[in-house]
Design a protein around this ligand. Structure first.
Ligand code: TRP
Length: 331
């Protein structure tokens, strides 16, 4: 049985990209693996965030996990900051990673570039260290993540190897990343050359489907998605990024290959195609959203989930931390 672990950062309203890239995939693992899924609340602090938003999004995410079919009896669902061991491990492992390695991380380069250089937080720079600690603390084999996080998992793998060779033993389990083929990169509907991102301004963005949008809004956003001036439904991300993105979304929801979706619409105009995309999307999202609303209302239940998840997670984390403290000489 493999240990599978992943998490989502509670930094704002979740999008269709989060749904197809994360929520929808996690529950597939829980029958045949030992799955740990958490709310990465400490990571949410790496960019300035409103405290109320952080708190409420944390509860949103646990509700999305439950709505997606993650069963707390099978999967350990927890909140990152409840397991203090991760912060101790972070303090230790921060000494085993080089500045050069962290400077090469694409996410750091992209996020810090957009900021006032004198106000880039140290936590944004060391983000991948904490992420590696999440992975190591639970002896993780497999990390299902979106494409943009692969580099961080690869870095974790390198750190584990280096640590193990320095101390001559298998003290840290070597993780592997896993990116699902479909739905791995959902682009903005209004600007299909850029990723559909939860950090886009929710009040302005027509290109982002938020999981909390109502049916009418979702339909409207899809129907007004940017396309191109010919009228062939064909997958060609370079010349037809808008249509290609819609094909990705459609085939993900229908669980079919993109070529099959192309075939289905080879005589259709864009209007017909877009309507089919909206239907496919809503058929799955509406029941998911209804379940989400039910869970989200019940904070007492969500607190119970956090409490029991923290207990289960700590039980696994404590001996791993002990092991690492011992090998470096702290115990
Ligand atoms: N960095 C991930 C994201 O941006 C969240 C995350 C934090 C994570 N720690 C992790 C994912 C460990 C997988 C494993 O969504």
């Amino acid at each position: 049985m493999k240990r599978v672990l992943s998490g989502v950062k509670p930094t704002g309203k979740m999008t269709l990209g989060n749904y197809l890239g994360s929520f929808r995939n996690f529950s597939k693992f829980q029958d045949e693996n030992d799955v740990f899924i958490f709310v990465a609340d400490l990571h949410a602090l790496t960019l300035p965030i409103d405290s109320k938003l952080l708190h409420s999004t944390t509860y949103d995410i646990i509700s999305f996990y439950l709505a997606s079919g993650l069963d707390p009896k099978k999967t350990t669902l927890f909140r990152q900051s409840d397991v203090y061991e991760v912060s101790v491990l972070d303090t230790i492992l921060i000494n085993y990673i080089y500045m050069g390695e962290l400077s090469r991380m694409i996410q750091f380069k992209e996020k810090s570039k957009a900021m006032n250089q004198s106000k880039v937080g140290v936590g944004l720079f060391t983000y991948p260290v904490l992420m590696a600690c999440d992975i190591f603390l639970y002896d993780t084999d497999l990390v299902p993540v979106g494409e943009d996080q692969n580099q961080h998992v690869e870095l974790a793998h390198d750190i584990a190897r280096r640590f193990n060779s320095r101390y001559k033993g298998e003290y840290i389990k070597l993780p592997t990343s896993y990116t699902p083929k479909v739905g791995k990169r959902i682009m903005s509907l209004s600007d299909p050359l850029h990723k559909m991102s939860k950090s886009d301004d929710p009040n302005q963005s027509k290109g982002v489907i938020y999981l909390q949008d109502d049916e009418k809004t979702i339909r409207k956003k899809i129907m007004s998605a940017v396309t191109d001036s010919d009228s062939i439904v064909k997958y060609d991300p370079v010349n037809k990024p808008g249509i290609s993105n819609l094909l990705t979304i459609y085939s993900a929801f229908k669980n079919i290959e993109i070529s099959q979706a192309e075939h289905e619409f080879n005589n259709s105009n864009y209007g017909t195609f877009k309507k089919a995309v909206a239907d496919a999307c809503l058929e799955e999202l509406l029941p998911f959203k209804a379940k989400f609303e039910e869970y989200r209302k019940n904070e007492a239940y969500l607190n119970e989930i956090f409490a029991s998840g923290a207990k289960k997670a700590s039980k696994v984390a404590q001996p791993v931390l002990e092991r690492i403290m011992k090998v470096v000489g702290l115990r």
